[in-house]
Design a protein around this ligand. Structure first.
Ligand code: HEM
Length: 455
């Protein structure tokens, strides 16, 4: 007979709200403590919802692979008010059809042409940076990745009115989600509170702008090679159907949201860690000097920027932009031989797994070289999964990795970023893991390089 997970040891919980408040107050601390003190499946209760935390990679892999038995959970459903039936939030046949339509667009070869846009926008940003000044690099990275996403999706610059409308709506919605998360999603969005009204108005404005852009594109018949055009012409290989305007809107909103904050948090994390580990920074610079010698990187350089890639991998281990994922059991089932009831929320945390000393020696230490010799392939699946795994793995993984490597290489060649000593960096585990009050750095222009070497 299999054992019920609720007979296993877990944290003490309030009789009414369970662990909801502890989890909501400090998600990272709560998850870490549970993983340290209990077993491989930890039963908890979140309000009335039964839940469990998985810390065994095989169990995580089992859940991520089976999209029919384990569906997206309640917290993600809150995102539906913004993203509708886009890839991140949809399920079942409608998700499958959309994934089949969109997958080819994110193929490495198709997104390669965006490499030049990424580098050009980064260089534009660097033209405004001054030696010796202090900046909030988190703000800069958010703006830069948003700019890149706007250009690659709509072929629009953030300085243009329409792009600004959409960017503003995204800002409002991210704030709204953070306030809902702090209230444990107890208040529904139609309740006439000021932040709810602001949120609904922001979505209305965003929808109006996205539909306008779709209509303009249809009327002009242009195809500038951006994601909007690719989504508009994508045809289902089985039935030849195309996306409706509503589907286009949902996918565009999804790509904008999923496609910029995560990458910007990765880069901000890298700047924090490079400033704390100067010897890693020196090694990174040595590689950039050897491979690029002062010129701008292109996608052809990426295979040679191996240490840069390891810096990004290690940053996503230490600061996983998505620190936690959840699924819901669609029926009674078994995980690792334990009984899990229908509707149980299943929590799998990158933050916890990426810092597990069983798989990573000195897990708190930033050590990019640990990724040499194909560590990623040698690790059991379910240990390192910054992009998720299984059929619902991040569709933008190649896009994000290409962007992170190119942006890091472009910026690190020109500036050294040093953390301002008295500025506290407070991690905020919101939808993504990000710094709550920005990251202040002082800029130091690096010695210019030439293709022949150091001047
Ligand atoms: C460092 C950057 C990124 C990280 C860490 C990241 C992480 C993730 C993770 C963990 C998931 C799986 C969520 C789940 O299964 O519940 C996911 C899904 C997704 N991501 Fe990303 N992502 C990144 C960048 C991007 C970019 C650049 C795009 C698009 C341009 C994107 C678009 C998506 C979409 C559409 C999904 C839903 C896929 C599906 O369910 O079929 N992401 N991402």
């Amino acid at each position: 007979m299999t054992q019920d997970i609720f007979e296993l040891p877990g944290p003490e919980a309030n009789s009414i709200v369970g662990s909801l408040l502890d989890f909501g107050r400090d998600p990272l601390g709560f998850l870490t403590k549970c993983a340290r003190e209990y077993g491989e499946i930890i039963p908890i209760r979140l309000g009335l919802t039964p839940a469990c935390i998985l810390t065994n990679p095989d169990y995580i892999e089992q859940v991520l692979k089976d999209r029919s038995l384990f569906v997206k959970s309640r917290s993600l459903h809150a995102l539906k008010t913004l993203l509708g039936e886009g890839l991140l939030t949809s399920e079942g046949d409608s998700w499958f059809r959309q994934r089949r339509l969109i997958q080819p667009i994110f193929h490495q070869k198709r997104i390669a042409s965006y490499g030049d846009i990424m580098v050009a926008y980064t260089e534009q940003m660097l033209d405004t940076w001054q030696d010796g000044e202090t900046r909030d690099v988190h703000r800069d990275m958010m703006r830069l990745t948003l700019n890149i996403v706007m250009k690659t999706i709509f072929n629009r610059d953030l300085s243009e009115g329409q792009a600004q409308d959409v960017a503003h709506a995204l800002d409002v919605t991210l704030d709204w989600f953070e306030s809902k998360r702090q209230q444990n999603f107890i208040f529904v969005e139609w309740f006439p509170r000021p932040e709810n009204i602001r949120y609904r108005n922001a979505i209305k404005q965003m929808d109006k702008t996205i539909y306008e852009m779709i209509n303009q594109r249809r009327a002009s018949g242009e195809n500038p090679g951006d994601l909007l055009s690719m989504l508009m012409v994508a045809k289902d290989e089985e039935d030849g159907s195309q996306m409706s305007d509503r589907q286009l809107r949902d996918e565009i909103a999804t790509l904008m949201l999923a496609g910029h904050e995560t990458t910007s948090n990765t880069l901000t994390g890298a700047w924090i860690l490079l400033s704390r580990y100067p010897q890693v920074r020196s090694q990174l610079l040595a590689e950039l000097q050897q491979v690029l010698g002062g010129r701008s990187p292109t996608i052809a350089d990426i295979p040679n920027l191996r240490y840069t890639d390891m810096v990004i991998k290690e940053t996503m281990r230490v600061f996983p932009p998505v620190y936690n994922m959840a699924r819901k059991a669609s029926q009674d089932c078994e995980i690792g031989g334990y009984q899990v009831p229908q509707d149980c929320t299943i929590i799998m945390s990158q933050w916890v797994m990426h810092r597990n000393p069983r798989y990573f020696e000195d897990p708190e230490v930033f050590k990019p070289e640990r990724w040499a010799d194909d560590l990623e392939k040698k690790l059991p699946r379910g240990v390192y999964f910054p992009f998720g795994n299984g059929p619902r793995i991040c569709i933008g993984k190649s896009f994000a990795l290409m962007e992170a490597v190119l942006l890091l290489a472009t910026i690190a060649q020109k500036f050294e970023l040093n953390l301002v000593p008295d500025h506290q960096i407070v991690p905020q585990a919101s939808i993504t893991l990000r710094p709550a009050t920005g990251v202040k750095v002082t800029l130091k222009q690096t010695t210019p390089l030439t293709t022949q070497g150091v001047i």
